[in-house]
Every structure is written in C-alpha cells, then in structure tokens.
Design a protein around this ligand. Sequence first.
Ligand SMILES: Nc1nc2c(c(=O)[nH]1)N[C@H]1C(S)=C(S)[C@@H](COP(=O)(O)O)O[C@H]1N2
Ligand SMILES: [Mo]
Length: 343
Amino acid sequence: MAINKTTKGAASPSWNEKAAHVTPEAVFNDRRNIIKALGLGAIGASIPGQVQAGIFDLFGKTRSSTPFVTRPLSFSPNTAFGQGEVLTPEQKVISHNNFYEFGTSKTDPIDNAQGFKVDPWVLKIEGLVDTPLTLDLDDLTRLLPLEERIYRLRCVEAWSMVIPWVGFSLGALLKKAGVKAGATHVAFETLFDPDQMPGQRSRLMGGGIHYPYVEGLRLDEAMNELTFMAVGLYGKTLPAQNGAPIRLVVPWKYGFKSIKSVVRIRVMDKQPPTSWNQLASHEYGFFANVNPAVDHPRWSQATERRIGEGGLFSATRIATLPFNGYGEQVAHLYKNMDLKQYY
Ligand SMILES: Nc1nc2c(c(=O)[nH]1)N[C@H]1C(S)=C(S)[C@@H](COP(=O)(O)O)O[C@H]1N2
Ligand SMILES: [Mo]
C-alpha cells in the first residue's frame, strides 16, 4: 500500500498543493498498517501462500446473510446537548467504522460483525465500589432512564461525525455501584471472543493491538456529565459495528477512547493501561483530548474532515476545536496540566 505522506521539515513542492497535507487515505492506511512498523509484516510474508489466502479470506467482502438485529428504544431527548448540529447520515455512521476486532478497514466492521451475538451479555461493574453490579442485556436498557444526546465524534485520524446517541451518563451508573474513597481511575474492557472477532485471532489481523481492547479515564473525567454510555444511536439499539450492546462515548477525546462492546468497568486507584497507548505511546496518550495545537507525530490535528453526504473522502474540511468544542464543560479538569506533555 503506497503511503502518500510528506516528511515533516521536507520542502513540499509548491506545484503540488496536496503534497503539503497528509491525505485522509494515507492516515487510514498508515494506522492500519502499523503492524508493518512492528515488523509483523515479515510474519505475514513468511506464511505460505495457501494459508495466507485463508487468513485474508476472513476479511472477504461477503456480508453475513442474516443481518444483526436492532430494535427501537424509548428515550427522552436531552436538549442540552447538540442542538443545531447537522447530523451525519445514519448510513455513514453505521458503515464507516473503526472496530479492529472485526478488521482494520473502514468497511470491515459492517461486513464482518453482522453475526455478532450480544445475547447473553454480561457487563460487570467492579473494583473500588460499594456494590459490584452484574448487568445482563435487558438491564442495559432498563437500569437507568435513557436519553438522547447529539455529540461530535472526532477520530484521531482527523475525520469526524455528528451522532445522535441513546444511553445514560457513566456517572449515573457509577453512582448506582457507589464509588469508594481512594478511587482515582476507571478502566474499561471490550469482549474477548476470538471465535466471533476475527481481528482477535492474531496480531496480524487485529492491527497489532493486544486484545482485549482496554481503555481508561481519570475518575473526574468518568464522572463528568458529558461522559456517556451509549446503548443506541438514531433511536435504535446499537448496530454491532458501532459497539453493541453498550459502549463508552467521551466526546471531548479522540474516538479511540470511546471503547466498544464493553464487558467490564473497573474502578481503580491507579491509571490503567490503554490499548493504543500500549501500542504506540508517543503517538497515542492516555488523555487523548482533542487538541488542534498538539499534532500527531505523523499528521496535523488542526483540521478535520466532517463526514456528511457524499463519499468519505469528499467530506468538508473544518477547523478542529480544543476539547472538540466541549471546553466549557471539561477544560477545568486539566487546568494545571501541560497538555503538550499530557497528550
Ligand atoms: N473495542 C474497540 N473499541 C473502539 C475501537 C476499536 O477498534 N475497538 N475503535 C475506536 C476508534 S479509533 C473510533 S474512531 C471509534 C469509532 O466509533 P464508530 O465506529 O462508532 O464511529 O471507536 C473506538 N472504539
Ligand atoms: Mo479513531
């Protein structure tokens, strides 16, 4: 895969305006091919042709004939969030995804996750809590009143969407369990099930990530009113490719913090490891706050492509805002921190 990337510091030819920017295609290809940087490409190359064909067949473009079923949810719109935003069309929200457990290309999740089984599901809330909770699939939509919030989602790859989520605040869930004194952080874990998730069968197929995918927040971030557990989008339960049956949504952070298909939430007294940070810590920090002033080492974060009508790569380029535009609600969480150091 050719990576059409300019080296920082190298003069870009004035006749080629495009060469001055990393193209979104290049960013996608670059991130999904991180396995090459890890030297895993050599493993791929050493696999005999026949076996290799078998592996890559798993990512074939044939969608399961039985589509994943979603159902309508009852909820009340929370008008405090996202009024006036132009929504990204539902078809885009559910067909251009990052969910490396189902493959590293944008269309792999919708192609490979249709057979995903979420019933039965078990979500545990445990660790430094007064009452550990074990929730089943029905509990996820019944335990707390559901509300709809429209949030911007800004991927670290410099594209963004506007999505109407349905769910409840993480803080409300944590209050149900009761957070113990001394707690400082919250850790999250995605389902580990290589039988269902082809990306978990080898590092080669899962983009180099060590599964299960894990994420984490500081406790004050977790308790912020914006931090959301989504069980649906566009008025229905989540499609498999968007993280069914429950996923985190942290709108002021890069999308990789918004971990999908969560099976465990653990309240802790230290900072937990996080998947992208473990894979490339100089590129993906623990905090991962959207910040146009701190570039990714390999591309600018100053602007983003807002996905709308039309093709993914023909989206409108807009300025990226600090904290993805949610500074009023969250900037105080970081008031004494150097955000260049804690990226
Ligand atoms: N378990 C898991 N969660 C994940 C990811 C993933 O690969 N695995 N990708 C992240 C990234 S990089 C982004 S941008 C968002 C994308 O969410 P969406 O596909 O619903 O837009 O999910 C995040 N959550
Ligand atoms: Mo992302």
